[in-house]
Design a protein around this ligand. Structure first.
Ligand code: NDP
Length: 333
């Protein structure tokens, strides 16, 4: 017998920065699986910045904004609790696009089994999941980071940024982070092992940024866009590489976008590359084979920002989109 499924839906279309009041919890039964189907009980829901774009209908071409009653999408990790599927049996741990709810019914499309031996399951939504692969694509492919280079990365305590810096150092480069607040910066250095981290809210920024990169950064991985991108480009060497990964400063209100003046990339002869993680699915096997042992032995570290219970999802998402999260944002069920 499968209990009723609680799911979080929009109370109304979301305008600007999300708040807990934009969301509400509804309940609906889960149908028993038919032949070729199985039911997953969700254990972890990943809250990611891209979900703000999905709510606004901007995550991919042809999308409409989500309206009242719609459930935001999310990757989840869970356990198969009832199955009439040949490949997914009861007790298996799986990752799937399950959304902001406690259970999902699946036919197996897009579902992967996860190997939890030696690493926490939740890591497959962060350091060993989509954010980790994003960082891998940036460091190993787009920027092709080399020993002795200086790699600058914004949102450095977050799941993507923290991995970019650590993978850059794994390659022999020096990682310099940018983060909001003294205590975040301290954790980037002491807990994640970056060489330095600069607080963009401090009075001496961006002079401190210039000092931190010395003669200039070779690579900038941009998670933020807007003024952060402009300030970072100012401290790059000529011919540096910029990996354009995210625009979190603009997701809540793209109308206020601050754009990089084109003269900066021209004058510095910058190489700017756009990153879309879905282009790099073919790197996943190599990424996992390399990074899983490093996570297991503690050489790659990560932080998680957890909230308990499905009803916490809206407030926890608002916390992420206000930049108050400390690491990978997760709802634990
Ligand atoms: P994070 O947890 O790092 O994102 C939240 C952090 O962003 C905050 O804690 C905050 O840290 C920082 N931030 C900076 N400016 C703002 C702002 N104006 N409002 C809110 N937060 C802000 O998320 P992820 O590591 O998951 O993702 C990082 C970026 O990478 C995002 O832009 C995301 O969309 C993008 N991304 C892109 C992918 C791709 O394929 N291109 C794939 C995956 C992620 P602080 O205050 O320390 O700066």
């Amino acid at each position: 017998m499968i209990p009723d499924n609680r799911r979080v839906v929009l109370r109304h279309p979301v305008a600007g920065a999300p708040t807990a009041d934009d969301f509400t919890v509804t309940t609906a039964p889960v149908r028993a699986p038919q032949i070729g189907e199985f039911v997953v009980r969700h254990r972890y829901i990943a809250l990611d910045p891209w979900q703000r774009s999905a709510i606004a209908g901007r995550h991919s071409a042809g999308q409409e904004p989500l309206g009242a009653g719609a459930m935001p999408p999310a990757e989840v990790i869970g356990e198969v609790i009832a199955s009439r599927h040949n490949s997914f049996s009861e007790g298996m741990q799986v990752r799937l696009a399950g959304g902001w709810q406690e259970y999902s019914l699946s036919d197996g499309a897009g579902v992967t089994a996860v190997d939890a031996a030696g690493v926490p399951l939740s890591a497959y939504l962060g350091v060993l999941g989509m954010p980790g692969l994003t960082a891998w694509a940036s460091v190993m492919r787009l920027a092709d980071v080399q020993p002795e280079q200086v790699v600058l990365v914004s949102a450095a305590l977050g799941p993507v940024g923290s991995m970019v810096g650590q993978l850059a150092q794994y390659r022999g480069a020096r990682a310099v982070g940018i983060a909001g607040g003294e205590s975040k910066c301290e954790r980037v250095v002491t807990e994640l092992g970056f060489s330095q981290c600069v607080d963009y809210r401090a009075n001496d920024y961006p002079a401190a940024l210039r000092a931190a990169v010395g003669t200039g950064a070779d690579v900038y991985h941009d998670n933020v866009g807007g003024q952060m991108l402009i300030d970072a480009c100012a401290v790059l060497k000529d011919y540096a590489t910029v990996v354009l990964c995210g625009l979190i400063s603009q997701y809540n209100d793209p109308a206020q976008a601050v754009n990089l003046p084109v003269a900066i990339p021209i004058m510095k002869r910058l190489v700017m590359k756009g990153l879309v993680v879905y282009d790099h699915a073919d790197a996943e096997a190599e990424f996992l084979a390399t990074v899983r042992p490093l996570v297991r032995d503690g050489s790659i570290r990560y932080l998680e920002d957890r909230a308990m219970g499905i009803e916490a999802s809206g407030a926890h998402f608002a916390r992420l989109m206000a930049g108050r999260n400390l690491g990978k944002t997760l709802v634990v069920l």
